[in-house]
Design a protein around this ligand. Structure first.
Ligand SMILES: C[S@@+](CC[C@H](N)C(=O)[O-])C[C@H]1O[C@@H](n2cnc3c(N)ncnc32)[C@H](O)[C@@H]1O
Ligand SMILES: Nc1nc2[nH]cc(C(=O)O)c2c(=O)[nH]1
Ligand code: SF4
Ligand SMILES: [Mg+2]
Length: 213
C-alpha cells in the first residue's frame, strides 16, 4: 500500500517532456517546505492505494508517460516497487524530486529523474548537496525554480561545481506569478549557458488554481 494524494491524466507541464499527455501519481507527504510550493495540499491529504491499482489505472490511459510526483516521492518507501511495476508494464516513468533526498536504494534506473536545485528563494537551499546530484545519469534532468537574480546566480554556481555531462539537460522555470518569465529569459540569454527556459505549461492550458491538472 502507498499513501497517494491524487492521480490525474493531463498534459505534462514541466521538464523536457512538457507537452506530452501524461498520467500523474502524486504521493502524500514532503519533508521540505518550499516558500512558494504550489502543492501544499499534498503534505497531509491522501488515501492508501495498492500498487497494482495504481498500475491498472496507469494502464487505463493509452499514453506511455507516467510521472510520480508529490509531495516528495523519495520519502515513500514503496516507490522502488511501484516504479518497477510501471516499467515492467511498459510505461515510461518520470520521477519529480526535490534534490534534498538521496536516490533510494534499489530504484530501477530505467526511470528518468527530474531533480530540482532549490535555490535560496525557496528557503531550502541548505538542503542541497552536490553528492545527491552526482547520482544523475544520462536520461535524467535538472530543474530549478527561480525567484530572483540571486537564485539564478546560485544555480549557475551549483551547476559549475557539479560539472555534469551535457547529456543531462537543465531547465530553469520562474516562480509562478512572482518572477518575470521574460526577465529570466534575458538572464539565460546573457549568460551564454545551455539552459532551457520552462514555463509551467499546465498553468497556461488550465486554471492555475485547479488541482488535478
Ligand atoms: C510540487 S513539486 C513535487 C515534487 C518534489 N517535491 C519537487 O519539489 O520536485 C513539483 C515541481 O513543482 C515546482 N513548483 C512548485 N511550486 C512552484 C511554483 N510556485 N512555481 C513554479 N514551480 C513550482 C517544484 O519546484 C517542482 O519542480
Ligand atoms: N500538468 C502538470 N504537469 C506537471 N509536471 C510536474 C508537476 C508536479 O506537480 O510535479 C505537474 C503538475 O502538477 N501538473
Ligand atoms: S519539495 Fe516539492 S512538494 Fe515539497 S515543499 Fe518543495 S515544491 Fe513543495
Ligand atoms: Mg504541480
Amino acid at each position: 500500500m502507498m499513501r497517494i494524494n491524487e492521480t490525474f491524466f493531463s498534459i505534462q507541464g514541466e521538464s523536457t517532456f512538457a507537452g506530452w499527455p501524461c498520467f500523474f501519481i502524486r504521493t502524500t507527504g514532503c519533508p521540505l517546505r518550499c516558500r512558494w510550493c504550489d502543492t501544499t495540499y499534498s503534505f497531509y491529504e491522501g488515501e492508501e492505494r495498492t500498487l497494482d491499482s495504481l498500475v491498472d489505472e496507469a494502464l487505463s490511459h493509452p499514453a506511455p508517460l507516467v510521472e510520480v510526483t508529490g509531495g516528495e516521492p523519495f520519502s515513500a518507501p514503496e516507490l522502488p516497487r511501484l516504479v518497477e511495476k510501471l516499467l515492467d508494464a511498459g510505461k515510461t516513468v518520470l520521477i519529480e524530486t526535490s534534490g534534498a533526498l538521496p536516490v533510494p536504494q534499489g530504484l530501477d534506473r530505467r526511470c528518468h529523474l527530474v531533480m530540482d536545485i532549490k535555490p535560496p528563494g525557496s528557503g531550502m537551499a541548505h538542503l542541497m548537496a552536490e553528492e545527491t546530484f552526482r547520482a544523475l545519469r544520462p536520461g535524467d534532468e535538472i530543474k530549478a525554480v527561480i525567484a530572483d537574480r540571486g537564485d539564478f546566480d546560485f544555480c549557475l554556481d551549483f551547476l559549475d561545481r557539479l560539472a555534469l555531462p551535457r547529456e543531462i539537460p537543465v531547465t530553469f522555470s520562474p516562480v509562478f506569478g512572482e518572477c518575470s518569465p521574460g526577465e529570466l529569459a534575458e538572464w539565460v540569454l546573457s549568460s551564454g549557458r545551455e539552459i532551457r527556459v520552462g514555463i509551467q505549461l499546465h498553468k497556461i492550458l488550465f486554471d492555475p488554481e485547479r488541482r488535478g491538472v
